[in-house]
Design a protein around this ligand. Structure first.
Ligand code: PEP
Length: 250
């Protein structure tokens, strides 16, 4: 099954709107005419307008890094799916390990956010992955299955078409360590098998599973050559437009 790769940037809590404009001025010529893969840049909320304006007419889509599960309400500091759509944001990261770790996001919260994002027509990038202690205790498969089951719970197959999952082993995020292509491929097949159980085999085969964790220009080619790896979610190396473009053009 052919799956078009998605090369996604996660800026985390970096860059102002002015810096976002400069970034796109520098990035867009480097990826102009790139048709092989989809490209998305997930920016802080305050950069959404600047990013959408700067990337207009290009092949680069703009995403957010979080959303709230309710349509509106007394939730100080939160942002709804409708607000993201109104900003012409098309993608959203959900359940990043930093949100699970520092903001107490549970599998249930991830599930609520995922339902909301899909209902709003956004393309969600749901992050799953084990921490080092879990890998060392041979718990990777259990953790991935639990996180996937939790995220996908009671989502009808008809709604899940846009779902993207990112396998991000937490021990590889921002550490310079990457999973070997073989470890990543094993994890991806566990995730795909859970998607097959929760949805349908056809959807699971078509679903894109990205790899994230210290993807850099010099390892992008070997990772992206793996048939099970359908793209990348890139943190640190996406902050520099030249380095993100080199990854996109691996
Ligand atoms: C991430 O934040 O999703 C990530 C993978 O970060 P890094 O590329 O810096 O490891």
């Amino acid at each position: 099954m052919f799956r078009k790769k998605l090369m996604a940037a996660n800026w985390k809590m970096y860059k102002t709107p002015a810096e976002a404009r400069t970034y796109f001025r520098d990035l867009l010529p480097l990826v102009a005419g790139h048709k092989r893969d989809d490209i998305a840049v997930c920016v802080p909320f305050v950069c959404l307008n600047a990013a959408v304006e700067s990337a207009a007419g290009s092949a680069v889509s703009i995403g957010a890094q979080n959303l709230h599960w309710d349509a509106e309400g007394a939730f100080t500091g939160e942002i709804s799916a409708g607000m993201l759509v109104a900003c012409e944001c098309t993608h959203v990261i959900i359940g990043h390990s930093e949100r699970r770790r520092y903001f107490a996001e549970t599998d249930d919260i991830v599930n609520r956010k995922l339902k909301t994002a899909l209902a709003a027509g956004l393309t969600p990038i749901v992050c799953v992955g084990e921490v080092l202690e879990e890998r060392e205790a041979n718990l990777t498969e259990d953790v991935l299955r639990r996180q996937c089951r939790g995220a996908f719970h009671s989502i009808p197959v008809t709604m899940a078409e846009k779902l993207v999952v990112a396998y991000e082993p937490v021990w590889a995020i921002g550490t310079g360590k990457t999973a070997t292509p073989q470890l990543a491929a094993e994890a991806h097949s566990i995730i795909r098998s859970e998607a097959g159980k929760s949805f349908a085999q056809e959807l699971a085969s078509a679903m894109r599973i990205l790899y994230g964790g210290s993807v850099k220009p010099d390892n992008a080619h070997s990772l992206m050559s793996q048939p099970e790896i359908d793209g990348a979610l890139v943190g640190g190396a996406s902050l520099d437009p030249k380095s993100f473009a080199a990854i996109v053009n691996y």
